[in-house]
Design a protein around this ligand. Structure first.
Ligand code: DOR
Length: 438
């Protein structure tokens, strides 16, 4: 039994932001109270081994849930595998991660979905739920056997990394997915508008002499996706929204009653196109870092609820690939181990995002949206918990990262605000910043 004592509990699901003691027994939260006495806890433990963690000066919140990670297994385990991704997750405060389907081969059949789940069991750290693809081979044409994938444990469907250009197919996918009750996650990008682009199309791209990706490459497809969701009543989630035009489209659609959710990535909230240099390949992402005005619109959208969730889009690549010239390096930034600290330092500390909204958008809302365990700290719920130290400072170094990849712009930098203890289903998988296998 665990007694987490005296931390400030932040649990938007129960409207609590106050000092609380939390007791964990077995896999679940046993009790939450302003204060427990030694006698009360002793009686509840009833001879069971009791471990106490002092939470004074720290925040306790439900484990973060990241709905957008790329784990690369099967097929590209030199970049990441399920075990290294799950370790990176708990090191960064995530108790659940959703794995994208653009592996090699893509997760377009039930056997591969079940394979990911069996690897998750072997790793035994964070909970990992795989997406299935929407189309076979992610070719954008023939739909997968969605019902079969759903039975195998797929949490939703996504061709993320590629867009389904054929609108008739996308419409059919939204219709067909209704039979499963699971969402379609759209990588909204018009490939003809984006073709050959390296970064956001704007003055900075012109100065660097690089081909740009216009904001319309995203917004055109966001508009299409919203129209099709409205027409079909389909279950749509929009991944990695990056532009102010998209935010405006989503806001208007929600005002019309269209059922849709959207996510924003930390890097789009923290950086902008001006931060990209010819050598900063870790900032080469798709969709690209956009203008400072886009960044402001994303934060406004997150704060007013137009954007529902934060998700990392953790996209590991090898050092060799990211050491190539900017034009040739692959798109992607890692995030699992740095995103929470970065959002804390860049947005929460300056007062631009509240801690309640952070936890709501990265734990409560993802649990509700994807129908997952966790997302709140209430008796009887699974004990997926994070004890977060707002004063813990750490330099991001390759030796201390659990991810196999290092394509993070924070490498060599010191960040402040880290999870120090993490429990998944009552197991303390992170103890004093060290990942402990079950
Ligand atoms: O930057 C990105 N990297 N964006 C994507 O959509 C895919 C991802 C990847 O798989 O590397």
């Amino acid at each position: 039994m665990w007694w987490i004592k005296g931390a400030t509990l932040v649990d938007p699901a129960s409207g609590v932001k106050a000092q609380r003691d939390v007791l964990v027994q077995g896999e679940n939260i046993l009790a939450v109270s302003e204060h427990f006495s030694e006698q009360e806890v002793g009686a509840l433990a009833n001879g069971e081994k009791l471990e106490t963690v002092n939470g004074e000066g720290k925040y306790l919140f439900p484990g973060l849930i990241d709905v957008h990670t790329h784990l690369r297994e099967p097929g590209q385990e030199d970049k990441e595998d399920i075990a290294s991704g799950a370790a990176a997750a708990v090191h960064g405060g995530f108790t659940t991660i959703l794995a994208m389907a653009n592996t090699t081969p893509p997760l377009d059949n039930r056997a591969l979905v079940e394979f990911v789940l069996s690897q998750e069991q072997r790793a035994g750290l964070a909970r990992v739920y795989p997406f299935g693809t929407v189309t076979k081979g992610m070719k954008g044409e023939e739909l997968v056997e969605m019902l079969d994938l759903a039975e195998g444990g797929a949490i939703g469907f996504s061709d993320d990394g590629r867009n389904i250009q054929n609108s008739e197919r996308f419409r059919l996918a939204l219709e067909y997915a209704k039979l499963t009750g699971l969402p379609i996650v759209s990588h909204s990008e018009d490939v003809n508008l984006a073709q050959g682009g390296i970064m956001h199309q704007g003055e900075h791209a012109a100065r660097l002499g690089l081909k740009g990706i216009p904001a319309s490459a995203e917004a055109v497809m966001v508009a299409r996706d919203l129209l099709l969701a409205a027409e079909t009543g389909g279950n749509l989630h929009l991944a990695h929204i990056s532009s102010k035009e998209s935010v405006a489209l989503i806001r208007a659609a929600k005002a019309r009653g269209v059922k849709v959710s959207a996510e924003v990535n930390p890097h789009h909230l923290i950086f902008c196109d001006e931060d990209l240099t010819l050598t900063s390949t870790s900032l080469k992402v798709n969709p690209p870092l956009r203008s400072a005005a886009d960044r402001e619109a994303l934060l406004e959208g997150l704060n007013d609820g137009t954007i529902d969730l934060i998700a990392t889009d953790h996209a590991p690549h090898t050092w060799e690939e990211k050491a190539r010239p900017l034009a040739e390096a692959p798109f992607g930034i890692t995030g699992l181990e740095t995103a929470l600290a970065a959002v804390w330092q860049h947005l929460v500390v300056p007062g631009r995002l509240s801690i309640e909204r952070l936890v709501q958008a990265w734990s409560t809302a993802p649990a509700q949206r994807f129908n997952l365990l966790g997302g709140s700290v209430k008796p009887g719920m699974p004990a997926d918990l994070v004890l977060f130290d707002p004063n813990w400072r750490e330099r991001i170094e390759s030796e201390t990262l659990y991810s196999k990849a290092q394509n993070t712009p924070f490498l060599g930098q010191e960040l402040q605000g880290f999870p120090i203890w993490v429990w998944v289903g009552g197991n303390a998988v992170l103890q004093e910043r060290r990942v402990v296998a079950r």
